[in-house]
Ligand binder design. Structure first.
Ligand SMILES: Nc1ncnc2c1ncn2[C@@H]1O[C@H](COP(=O)(O)OP(=O)(O)OP(=O)(O)O)[C@@H](O)[C@H]1O
Length: 273
């Protein structure tokens, strides 16, 4: 799956394309979403369905609204005073704006550009969420959740003998896997990743990409990336954004080899970016 620097004609995911959801019911659906920062329109009438068991990549030039849309999916824009979101966003058919936001963010977890572990032990970084959401039935169960989450994030073997060390003492790549383990620990259904590898070196990046591929069987994963190679390596669906609009959305290999829209073609062939 994770290969070195593919050229444009090899930028096609090699994953099996069996449809994971026979009924194709979307895990999340957005309809006619607009986002404004004060008077400025940052997102313009975006509609999309996001499926479980797929990685969906958001690509497009800087400032086109990828992160703004990603943040709308778990209401992170609520934390920005100037931001206003209109339109419908549903999770399993339920309006996310009518949900308790803490519950929503447990179901739709997020991993940020810069790894941001809590300044606490590795154990506490993972245990905090399950504890506040009442997911652990006693100490042994909590220990289990911590181990399972770290294993699933591919970090257990590196940290099992130092669970009481600070999360911030890990390497950048390990910190990002810790943040992924922290998101997994509360049993989310969707994981949003906002350029999760941009602060990492190529080896740490490759590990995160492998991890994303391992995780996609269980979750709907949405990743914002500046790297078209990364989108091609890790995703099965790609949405191309430009100037606040979602220009094209489809099967990743189609987007990269046979885009329908001229603007998509221009972007993927490097005419602008
Ligand atoms: N907190 C904010 N306040 C005001 N304007 C914002 C804010 N965040 C983003 N914007 C503006 O909204 C537009 C979309 O930004 P956004 O960060 O979503 O784009 P992006 O495609 O993720 O860009 P990049 O790839 O550079 O991260 C930009 O014009 C940006 O300047």
């Amino acid at each position: 799956m994770v290969s070195n620097q593919p050229t444009l004609d090899t930028m096609v995911p090699t994953v099996e394309f069996a449809e994971p959801n026979s009924d194709l019911t979307p895990k999340m659906s957005a309809r006619n979403v607009y986002v404004y920062y004060g008077e400025k329109k940052a997102l313009d009438d975006v509609s999309i369905d996001i499926q479980t068991k797929y990685v969906t990549a958001f690509i497009g030039p800087s400032g086109c609204g990828k992160s703004t849309f990603l943040r709308s999916l778990n209401r992170m824009n609520d934390t920005i005073a100037a931001a206003r979101v209109t339109g419908d966003i549903h999770l399993d058919g339920e309006d996310i704006h009518a949900m308790d936001v803490v519950q929503l963010r447990a179901r739709v977890g997020m991993v940020f550009q810069k790894p941001n572990p809590f300044p606490k032990s590795i154990f506490e970084n993972i245990a905090y969420g399950p504890r506040i959401h009442g997911l652990a039935d006693g100490k042994a169960d909590l220990d289990n959740i911590v181990e399972k989450s770290l294993r699933r994030a591919g970090l257990w073997d590196e940290v099992k003998d130092r669970l009481q060390d600070s999360g911030t003492a890990l390497s950048g790549g390990q910190q990002q896997r810790l943040c992924i383990a922290r998101a997994i620990a509360v049993d989310p259904e969707v994981i949003l990743m906002d350029e999760p590898c941009s602060a990492l070196d190529p080896i740490a990046t490759a590990r995160i990409e492998e991890l994303i591929d391992d995780l996609r069987g269980r979750y709907a994963i949405v990743i914002v990336t500046h790297s078209m190679q990364q989108a091609a390596r890790v995703s099965q669906r790609t949405a191309f954004f430009h100037l606040g609009k979602m220009v094209e959305y489809g099967v990743t290999s189609d987007i990269f080899t046979n885009p329908r829209e001229e603007r998509t073609k221009d972007y993927i062939t490097g005419r602008y970016g």
